[in-house]
Design a protein around this ligand. Structure first.
Ligand code: ATP
Ligand code: MG
Length: 411
């Protein structure tokens, strides 16, 4: 029988790879906590409508990328392609729409049927933060500041640039959209087939196109600035002022539109040139209409999501797990005593492993193979004296240590 492979676009995370993922999540969780965010977990699959209603029927995610299936009772379910919709569904389901603000941190796997390539998978992982409640532009700035602090704590902020844009309010967007439709319609024949289809369905999305043919046309397309209403312009000015207050460097990029439908006002991406084509590591914006789409009251909110795989690739180095202490009884009669010492070390938080079998030489070989820093060697004579042999496996130096002093020597 030929060995089975992981499903296309999925990966096993083992050893260094998992350590990198975990380091990203643990760092983000710790920084987000200092900003007052609390972790939530919601189901991996949801009623398909949680996503189809909110991400936009015409978005790439809903049209092409969702893992949807009918379960045994005929319900349409979808493996979540992102976290925000589920968080907003949970806010409403749990009656939290009157307990604002809710500051949510999220980490977990997401699923999108995409063409797998470096930095793009079918099961991938995201960290997210969602700040639900405040309508103030300082909230947008704070959410971006939190993202920036996480990138700093991961040691990758240097190579990453925050790019921001505004999508205005509904009136600004409608005026801009009309200008875009006029502009793109005049150049329809030069657009990629995909963008021609978008022209009918969702013209703003053309600006997000990754097709090479579209790029020169996009570069000269109308920007939103002249179409902003005074209040939308004031909001955007407030966001930029907030970023200055938080000391977060940024660059304005009028081409940022975001791939999902629920964004308005602020849209932003943290981008890097260090990852080839998949250069966006963290992306988000304001989504004041989403909670209402879930059947809740109109609720302002702003947040972002970051791809853990892409952050993990950027990481300079990850701390290795502490080297273990090997507990090595020299004869089977000392096994019971070895287990007592083993558990005593572990209760003190020291990583310790027992070498079960073989003669002393074989057991020591294995202790070296697992990368042990110390070996605690248990012999009959030492046991009678209430002591052990402690061997430094780096230098080879060995000395007899009273059992009572062992923890202190190893800490
Ligand atoms: P892209 O334009 O690269 O397709 P997106 O706009 O679809 O990104 P978002 O929905 O904003 O991405 O997701 C936020 C982040 O999650 C992205 O910036 C990226 O880091 C990560 N991400 C999105 N899709 C994938 C994927 N298929 N594989 C790995 N990471 C992903
Ligand atoms: Mg995408």
């Amino acid at each position: 029988m030929s060995p089975l492979q992981p499903a296309r676009g999925t990966r096993d995370l083992i050893g260094e790879e998992l350590r990198r993922h975990r380091h990203v999540i643990e760092t983000a969780r710790r920084i987000a906590e200092t900003f007052g965010f609390e972790e939530w977990a919601t189901p991996v699959f949801e009623d398909t409508r949680v996503f189809s209603r909110t991400l936009g029927e015409t978005s790439d995610v809903v049209m092409k990328e969702m893992y949807s299936f009918t379960d045994r009772s005929g319900e349409s379910l979808t493996l979540r392609p992102e976290a925000t919709a589920g968080v907003c569904r949970a806010l409403v389901s749990n009656g939290l729409t009157q307990s604002l603000p809710q500051k949510v941190f999220y980490a977990g796997p997401m699923f999108r049927y995409e063409r797998p390539q470096k930095g793009r998978y079918r099961q991938f992982h995201q960290i997210d933060i969602e700040l639900i409640g405040p309508a103030h532009p300082l909230a947008d700035a704070e959410v971006m500041a939190c993202g920036h602090c996480i990138l700093e704590a991961l040691g990758v902020a240097e190579g990453v640039t925050l790019e921001i844009n505004t999508l205005g309010d509904a009136a600004s967007r409608a005026a801009w959209r009309a200008a875009l439709v006029a502009y793109f319609t005049a150049r329809r024949d030069e657009l990629s087939a995909e963008s021609q289809a978008r022209l009918e369905r969702n013209p703003l999305r053309i600006i997000d196109s990754k097709e090479r043919a579209d790029q020169p046309i996009i570069a000269a397309a109308p920007v939103i600035a002249p179409y902003l209403t005074p209040s939308a312009a004031a909001f955007y000015a407030g966001v930029k002022q907030g970023l200055l207050r938080f000391g977060v460097p940024f660059r304005e990029n009028p081409r940022i539109v975001r791939g999902l439908d629920y964004y308005g006002h602020t849209a932003f991406e943290f981008v890097t040139t260090g990852l080839g084509a998949q250069g966006t590591v963290m992306a988000g914006g304001r989504y004041d209409g989403l909670v209402a789409e879930m059947g809740g009251p109109p609720t302002p909110a702003v947040g972002w999501a970051a791809g853990i795989e892409r952050l993990a690739m950027l990481l300079p180095a990850v701390p290795e797990a502490a080297a273990p202490v090997a507990v090595v009884p020299i004869a089977p009669e000392l096994e019971a005593h070895a287990v007592v010492i083993l558990q005593r070390l572990r209760r003190e938080g020291i990583r310790a492993e027992l070498e079960y079998t073989g003669n002393l030489r074989r057991r020591m070989e294995r202790a070296n193979r697992i990368g042990a820093r110390w070996a605690v060697i248990l012999g009959e004579a030492e046991r009678e004296r209430g002591s052990v042999q402690l061997k430094d496996l780096a230098s080879g130096a060995q000395s007899e240590v009273p059992e009572a002093d062992l923890i202190a020597r190893l800490s």
